[in-house]
Write a protein that binds this ligand. Structure first.
Ligand code: AMP
Length: 303
């Protein structure tokens, strides 16, 4: 496995791969890798020939009072995980390599970034879209893999690639969960024992909502009331938002129909967690993607 930390070296490696007819697949991450990241690597391994994982804790996407300094890091462990997944190249640049001077050029996706996580984190998505654009510019034509765990990020990056005609195909991958339903996240490492025990309530609230929709509920306000009540039952969790949106353009919906995103963000202790479920409704038929639960059996959990 190639490990590079210079932009020129990643660019050259991707160009070499394409010159020999290989398809480049890229998995952008902030490291401290877990099964969620590894599922993206496996998706890339399945359909690309030269798999690149990028590991970069991007200062631009952290707000002034956020956890940039505490963000967990383990480059040696990350490299071992990439090696185990058959990754071809890891790119782990320094901040100075990516931002030799403060950038005056940034990428802003309007509308889709205004609310949901954008409301509490007003500079976050500009940081994401700027660094992702830089990574795409360095890697060149490729397929890029993003988790549906960050559903708004996936919608924003997909729209950006389309609006800007970037030579990149964006692929969204299912949420990977712990056995008790908690969506895997590098930030779960912040949770103390009591908060860790409380955190699966977020998933339970999504499951309760899916149950109601499967039983025929289509009124967004009533579904959201159910989610809020479930989360309010756990005093350690402070809900930031629970929203039902059109899954593609993220506009609010009053009635559930078509492709729908139910997304939540909450504070558990001092840790901000997000989760979501994607629902596809066609008349009485409901298809809910609650992701994949990693249990002792490793089998996908029933919805
Ligand atoms: P991060 O390192 O948190 O920036 O995440 C890097 C990529 O991994 C993003 O595309 C995330 O959506 C994805 N990811 C993080 N956690 C999960 C998860 N539990 N399941 C699936 N994808 C995930």
């Amino acid at each position: 496995m190639l490990h590079v930390d210079r932009i020129a070296d990643l660019r050259a490696a991707c160009e070499r791969a394409r010159a020999t007819g290989r398809r480049v697949g890229i998995v952008p991450t902030m490291g401290f890798l877990h099964e969620g990241h590894r599922s993206l690597m496996r998706a890339a391994r399945r359909d690309a020939d030269f798999v690149v994982v990028t590991i970069f804790v991007n200062p631009l996407q952290f707000g002034a009072n956020e956890d940039l300094d505490q963000y967990p890091r383990d480059l040696a462990g990350d490299l071992a995980q990439c090696e185990a997944e058959g990754v071809d190249c890891v790119f782990s640049p320094s901040v100075a390599e990516m931002y030799p001077r403060p950038p005056v050029t940034t990428v802003h996706v309007a509308e889709l970034t205004r609310d949901l996580c954008g409301a509490a984190r007003p500079t976050h998505f500009d940081g994401v879209t700027t660094v992702v654009t830089k990574l795409f510019a360095i890697a060149g034509p490729c397929v890029a893999y993003f988790g549906r765990k960050d559903a708004q990020q996936l919608a924003v990056v997909t729209r950006m690639a389309d609006d800007l005609n970037l030579p990149v195909e964006i692929v969204g991958c299912p949420i990977v969960r712990e056995a008790d339903g908690l969506a895997m996240s590098s930030r779960n490492a912040y949770l103390g024992a009591d908060d860790r025990a409380a955190a699966p309530t977020l998933f339970a609230s999504l499951r309760a909502a899916v149950g109601a929709v499967v039983d025929g509920e289509r009124d967004a306000a009533r579904v959201l009331a159910l989610v809020r009540a479930e989360i309010a039952s756990e005093p350690r969790i402070g809900l930031e938002y629970a929203e039902l949106r059109d899954a593609h353009d993220l506009r609010p919906i009053a009635t559930l129909d078509g492709s729908v995103l139910l997304a939540v963000a909450a504070r558990v202790g001092g840790t901000r967690l997000i989760d979501n479920v994607h629902l596809r409704l066609d008349g009485a038929n409901v298809d809910a993607d609650l992701g994949i639960r990693r249990g002792a059996s490793d089998a996908p959990a029933p919805a």
